[in-house]
Design a binder for this molecule. Structure first.
Ligand code: SF4
Length: 402
């Protein structure tokens, strides 16, 4: 049996490269056209080509989302676009319109058709039917329980992809017009303004019944399915998908690395102990800023899955710097400042090959070799001496108090 795939999102070329370097087997990205999250996309046609070449060097795959809900006018140019994706070696398109399957097969014969979660495929009949239409992979709806996923996997032969981490939608995966109504941004064409996460005043007629400090939100908790990864592997799921095409490089790096290590450990040891699961959950929490739970996987869809009034849990670790280069002769890291840190702070470095190594930032210089006491200018490049080696692409956060 093939090893399960870890599939990560990326907003731009830089983040897609981070996802691959930190251990993703595949990345999914949106071009500037035909894609939900189109507002988030910084992928030009040239960027897609560069990503495809970069991914091949790592043995990784690239999937491109073509998953808006199409209106007639949206079809303009789609054939040329598909031909281009095929030519540059894109591995799959993620689509939500079945009408695109024949177009893909004809115009881009080397590209797989993956059916988006937008189609809410939640049963084996739907999955089988989609396969008959020509789908090469089905992304299941996020509303299936683990037991239902296992049932579907037993009954079908087409590869299945399941969401394991990230934001959830209060409606069935984006089938929602809240954002259209309130902001004129169409969730089904990539413009969702997350209106469900706003805080609302609640009225009974003219009488406001929400307290000043108790405004109502309709937001779901985020998904964290770490406890189900082992069962997903045993069920024969093809791909585990992380949500978050709007997320930072820090989030992508930390979440991808954590699931990468977890998956590898399960394959190596056969299972994951409770202690190890707790360790991985702690690692995931370092990148989360909203409360998370197991979504629909437990089979219980009750009011504990929602956030009524509370929206953020706050990050436990501050991301403070990105290492662009490292001089091993002087043990100096060239660090782009991301958030404030000061000389004397205890910092933690993590990266594709380094696990949470801590040091005190005692020696820091700016470009003019002037000593720096406080790093508080985002994007400034500083030289920071470290007691161990790091690499380009490693990240630095403030260490949590022990
Ligand atoms: S507004 Fe909320 S429920 Fe609607 S599509 Fe956006 S995330 Fe989903």
């Amino acid at each position: 049996m093939n090893k399960i795939e870890l599939l990560a999102p990326a907003k731009d070329l830089e983040k897609a490269k981070i996802a691959i370097m930190y251990g993703a087997d595949a990345v999914y990205v949106g071009g500037k056209f035909y894609s939900l999250r189109s507002r988030a996309s910084n992928f030009s046609l040239e960027d897609l080509k560069e990503l495809s070449q970069f991914a091949k060097r790592y043995g990784a795959k690239v999937f491109v989302t073509v998953n808006i809900v199409f209106h007639d006018d949206d079809y303009q140019g789609i054939r040329e676009y598909l031909r281009y994706l095929d030519k540059i070696g894109i591995d799959a398109v993620i689509i939500s319109s079945l009408a695109l399957i024949p177009e893909v097969k004809k115009e881009a014969p080397h590209i797989e058709c993956h059916i988006s979660t937008q189609l809410s495929s939640l049963n084996s009949s739907a999955v089988r039917t989609l396969k008959e239409f020509g789908a090469d992979r089905i992304v299941l709806g996020r509303e299936a329980s683990m037991a239902q996923i296992e049932q579907i996997a037993k009954k079908v032969s087409v590869p299945l992809e399941v969401f394991i981490h990230g934001g959830m939608c209060s409606n069935y995966s984006g089938r929602c017009v809240l954002s259209n109504r309130m902001t004129l941004r169409d969730a089904n064409r990539g413009g969702c303004a997350h209106s469900c996460r706003w805080k609302y005043h609640l009225y009974d007629g003219d009488r406001e019944i929400s307290e000043k400090d108790c405004l109502l939100s309709m937001s779901s908790k985020d998904l964290r399915a770490s406890a189900y990864v082992e069962r997903m592997i045993r069920a024969g799921i093809a791909s585990l998908k992380i949500e978050g095409r709007m997320k930072s490089e820090y989030y992508i790096g930390q979440v991808v690395k954590t699931y990468r290590k977890m998956i590898d450990e399960i394959y190596e040891k056969g299972s994951l102990s409770f202690d190890r699961l707790q360790y991985y959950d702690l690692e995931l929490s370092k990148a989360e800023n909203r409360p998370a739970d197991d979504g629909f996987l437990s089979g219980d869809c009750d009011n504990t899955k929602h956030l009524y009034g509370v929206n953020g849990a706050g990050v436990t670790h501050d991301y403070v710097g990105f290492i662009h280069d490292f001089d091993p002769r002087r043990n100096i890291a060239f660090v782009e400042v991301k958030n404030v840190f000061a000389r004397g702070d205890e910092l933690e470095v993590f990266g594709p090959k380094i696990d949470n190594r801590r040091f005190i930032a005692e020696v820091m210089f700016d470009e003019d070799y002037e000593p720096v006491e406080l790093a508080n200018r985002p994007t400034q490049l500083l030289m920071v001496r470290m007691p161990f080696a790091a690499e380009k692409g490693d990240m630095i956060r403030k260490a949590a108090k022990r």
